[in-house]
Design a protein. Structure first.
Length: 302
């Protein structure tokens, strides 16, 4: 069983490394979108292997909403420095001010919908023709519609009906002026694959992926971290719970799960036992409508 697992991971790794090299070969100015989450950390490890012994030929880009977990931001800066990568950070807060956008209101006022503007502005600022991201097909049904090379038009929009065929691992990166490609090298991976790969590679992670005690707001069965970015109303239930995070999103829209998992082995065991996807269990913003993610992607969201 152990040998099968290792062979399976190496096959996925080989495919992803091939995709990374295709990006470097076909595009003039690619970038890797990096949040300090496990999926983007895995992408960096794959990029390092793809271009070793040299450095990988693209910068890390983080679109910072201003509502991130401090643990993830600290990890982001430290990790980028350790691997010797150029780190570009652009803030949604600056975009709100420059474009005079309306700040979201409400109990969980997420800026996720506004990330699109900052991302598209950043692509234009640096002339990126490809953005590498850590989306996986098992996360959410809209992401399952993506190709590995997913073309966006000159407005940053995605049309799921205009996807290019990808036969025999041949990826078509030809684009018109103004178009952009989003590339998903771990599209064929699952959450479990990512965790098993991190375990095999011995990659360090932000602490919030493991069990810790935290004050949370108990809201409709979800555990939301207390922060200055959410509104506490009279009658709200606040408790201290032993939790961890399956995904590192904004503090306004990412719920924790109760857990005693303090090692990667513990986390792998938990994931093998669960039947709910990480976004399905922990992302509040995906519950706005049934097609929330697809609507955002059509508008230019990653």
């Amino acid at each position: 069983m152990g040998r099968y697992r290792l062979d399976h991971l190496r096959q996925l790794e080989s495919e992803s490394i091939h995709i990374m090299r295709e990006v470097a070969g076909q595009f003039e100015r690619p970038a890797l979108l990096f949040s300090g989450g496990k999926d983007s950390i895995t992408l960096v490890q794959l990029a390092r292997k793809a271009f070793a012994p040299g450095k990988f030929p693209f910068p890390l880009v983080h679109i910072d909403t201003g509502h991130n977990f401090p643990e993830a931001l600290e990890y982001r800066d430290r990790f980028a420095a350790e691997v010797g990568a150029e780190l570009i950070v652009r803030k949604v807060e600056d975009t709100i001010r420059q474009r005079n956008l309306t700040e979201p209101k409400g109990k969980f006022a997420s800026r996720n919908w506004l990330q699109t503007h900052t991302l598209l502005d950043t692509i234009g600022e640096f002339g990126f023709d490809a953005c590498i991201g850590g989306a996986r097909r098992d996360e959410e049904k809209a992401r399952a519609k993506e190709r590995i090379f997913s073309v966006r038009n000159d407005f940053g929009e995605w049309d799921p009906k205009l996807q290019r065929p990808e036969l025999w691992n041949i990826y078509n990166g030809r684009i018109q002026k103004g178009e952009n490609v989003r590339v998903f090298p771990i599209s064929n991976w699952t959450e479990l694959d990512v965790w098993q790969y991190i375990r095999e590679e011995g990659i360090p992670l932000p602490s919030i992926y493991f069990s810790h005690e935290r004050e949370v707001l108990v809201h409709e069965g979800q555990l939301i971290a207390l922060s200055p970015f959410i509104r506490i109303d009279e009658g709200d239930v606040v408790e201290r719970r032993q939790v961890r995070y399956r995904t590192v999103g904004d503090m306004t829209c990412t719920a924790a799960v109760e857990s005693l998992a303090v090692t990667i082995e513990d986390v792998v065991s938990e994931i093998m036992a669960t039947r709910i996807s990480e976004r399905g269990e922990t992302r509040i913003d995906d519950r706005v409508t049934e097609a929330a993610m697809e609507d955002r992607k059509k508008g230019g969201y990653f």
